[in-house]
Design a protein around this ligand. Structure first.
Ligand SMILES: C[S@@+](CC[C@H](N)C(=O)[O-])C[C@H]1O[C@@H](n2cnc3c(N)ncnc32)[C@H](O)[C@@H]1O
Length: 277
């Protein structure tokens, strides 16, 4: 079998398996196999081991595994990130948070990223702000394994990762000039209704946040002021239906200049506010 027949074979199987983007995914999966087996684009024959690997990846995709876990990487903002089971697949909406945070960085001080997962947010920011120091945390050692790999792979030594529960992860005297977080924000009911490609594969710890999805957001809004410098901005990714509730929480705790930014689908997505005076 040559590469052309291999990709056609994969496409037919993915189509039969109800994969909606079979043509493109067959190409991506084959590219991955070519990289793993160091096959050139014009290879006349696909070795049996590479064919077996291709069949395995196609079957796992048909069984519902997320494409990004199968490929082992994903693009985020200006970076290619390595990812796999145990860490959330970074979403394009989160790139909006990165863009806003880069605009609001005051030009001094340490940036904090809570619930960092693969390190997507601080690493993308660090690439754009090479002179700035970042501290990022996650409760999950598995997630931090991917974050550290991504840091090494992208050679971004201005980010330090800590394991622990929100601010408790950091040295007690740390004060931050900007805070970002994409915490878990899915309610129990939404979690039960998530598509299997998300619920069955991505970590529950990265998604579910109590009965109403607001547990972590509530804690961050309450705890953040004592860790922020005067006038510091905070940017939080939120669920599409959480804009009003999060605005209320922020106003209740006297955060200033509160606004909710929508994503490209028109859904509430990023809460932005300034430290209470
Ligand atoms: C929605 S994921 C976001 C990952 C990453 N920031 C991104 O945008 O791709 C939430 C992350 O929060 C972490 N997490 C959950 N509870 C936490 C806690 N109490 N303290 C720190 N991290 C936590 C999870 O392990 C997960 O990696």
């Amino acid at each position: 079998m040559n590469l052309l027949s291999a990709v056609q074979h994969a496409r037919v199987k993915l189509t039969a398996g109800n994969c909606s983007n079979a043509q493109q995914e067959a190409r991506w999966i084959l590219d991955q196999v070519c990289r793993e087996f160091k096959l050139q684009d014009d290879a006349d024959t696909v070795p049996q081991a590479a064919q077996d690997r291709l069949d395995d990846l196609v079957q796992r995709r048909i069984n519902g595994e997320p494409l990004q876990y199968l490929l082992g990487n994903t693009e985020f903002h200006c970076l290619e990130l390595l990812i796999g089971p145990g860490v959330l697949i970074p979403r394009p909406e989160t790139e909006i948070l990165v863009e806003e945070a880069l605009r609001l960085y005051p030009g001094y001080g340490i940036v904090c990223d809570l619930c960092t997962g693969s390190g997507a947010i601080p690493l993308a920011m660090a690439k754009n702000l090479p002179q700035t120091s970042f501290m990022a945390c996650d409760l999950s050692e598995q997630a931090l394994h991917w974050a550290r790999l991504n840091q090494q792979n992208n050679n971004l030594l201005n980010v330090t990762f800590f394991q622990g529960d929100l601010f408790q992860a950091f040295p007690p005297d740390a004060g931050f000039s900007l805070l970002t977080a994409n915490p878990p924000y899915v309610s129990r009911q939404e979690y039960a209704e998530l598509p299997p490609v998300v619920r069955d594969y991505e970590p529950e710890l990265a998604l579910l946040s109590g009965e109403d999805g607001l547990d972590l957001l509530r804690r961050i809004i309450r705890e953040a002021p004592q860790h922020l410098l005067t006038d510091a901005w905070m940017l939080l990714e939120i669920g599409a239906t959480q804009g009003n509730a999060v605005r209320e929480l922020l106003r209740h705790d006297c955060w200033r200049e509160v606004r909710i930014r929508k994503d490209y689908s028109g859904h509430d997505r990023i809460a932005i506010a300034r430290k209470p005076g």
